[in-house]
Design a protein around this ligand. Structure first.
Ligand SMILES: C[S@@+](CC[C@H](N)C(=O)[O-])C[C@H]1O[C@@H](n2cnc3c(N)ncnc32)[C@H](O)[C@@H]1O
Length: 277
């Protein structure tokens, strides 16, 4: 039976590894989190204790084990149209600006998309905008959705959700309009919405040069886990990845204060969004 004891030195080594490879800062006294999240990995690989597992992770050439423990440490909490207002702001204030620019071509990035609720909510908002503004945004928008965790991406790509997940933020009208109920009781996102979104594994600490330029980036509820330096690095890269005048939407509890000079804050009754200067 493996033991879940975790020596302070092993904990510190692991926390340092996790921050360097994912940006996630554990801080002090989060041993309980490491224990609970790594115990399934420990059992699967049959290491005698957490220290041995951590030393194996830090050893060279163990890429798949490294990725597995990083994935185990991510927090994937998400829901549909999270916080409401950012998606209304997207639909009412951002989409109209882009509908007449670039012939209606639009590239959006949902950076840290978890199981897909955020990018699919954006795709549903685009569709609602089109329905209310006939003839606008006829070109299919490109929504790139990325995450470091391949498990959540697998769920997102299939686009099938149980009733518990469906009940978190989706109105009955949207459930009816944008999903098909399966015989197993789960609901699958409609083809029209699914095909707007492309999923891909991507680490926010890596370079974004190969991703191309975007008009709008949603990066919500992930930078809260990062250090100030990594937040600055990510924001610098977002600025470079946005077309001039492009927008960045952060999470409700996240702000740009003291982190970047490359954005201006745009306030409205629906909340705050950041525009690349
Ligand atoms: C709390 S969820 C937020 C999901 C969604 N954006 C929302 O607001 O509902 C945070 C996500 O960030 C992902 N994540 C953490 N570190 C990451 C990194 N370095 N690169 C990309 N994604 C990361 C996690 O896997 C997780 O799915």
């Amino acid at each position: 039976m493996p033991t879940l004891e975790l020596a302070l030195d092993d904990y510190r080594m692991f926390a340092d590894f996790l921050q360097r490879h994912s940006g996630i800062v554990l801080g002090d006294n989060k041993q309980y989190l490491v224990r609970s999240r790594l115990s399934p990995v420990l059992r699967q690989h049959q290491y005698p204790n957490l220290g041995e597992l951590i030393r194996a992770v830090l050893g060279v050439g163990n890429l798949s084990l490294r990725n597995q423990v990083i994935e185990a440490m991510t927090t994937n909490e998400t829901l549909w149209f999270r916080d409401g207002a950012p998606f209304e702001l997207f639909k009412q204030q951002l989409l109209p600006q882009f509908a007449d620019r670039n012939g209606g071509r639009l590239r959006i990035w949902s950076a840290a998309c978890s199981t897909g609720q955020e990018p699919y909510s954006l795709a549903m908002s685009v569709q609602e905008y089109r329905q209310a503004n006939l003839g606008k945004l006829l070109q299919q928008p490109e929504i790139l959705a990325t995450d470091i965790d391949t498990n959540v991406l697998a769920t997102a790509m299939v686009g099938k959700y149980d009733q518990l997940a469906m009940g978190r933020g989706l109105s009955p009208l949207r459930q009816q309009q944008f999903f098909n109920r399966d015989h197993d009781g789960r609901s699958q996102i409609a083809e029209l919405i699914r095909t707007m979104v492309t999923f891909r594994r991507y680490n926010l600490l890596d370079s974004y040069l190969l991703l191309g330029k975007f008009d709008i980036i949603f990066c919500r509820n992930v930078l809260i886990y990062f250090s100030i330096d990594d937040k600055r690095k990510v924001l610098r890269q977002f600025a470079a990845a946005l077309n001039p005048g492009g927008y960045l939407m952060l999470g409700a509890s996240e702000s740009m204060v003291l982190l970047s000079e490359e954005f201006e804050m745009v306030r409205s009754e629906l909340g705050i969004v950041y525009r690349r200067r």
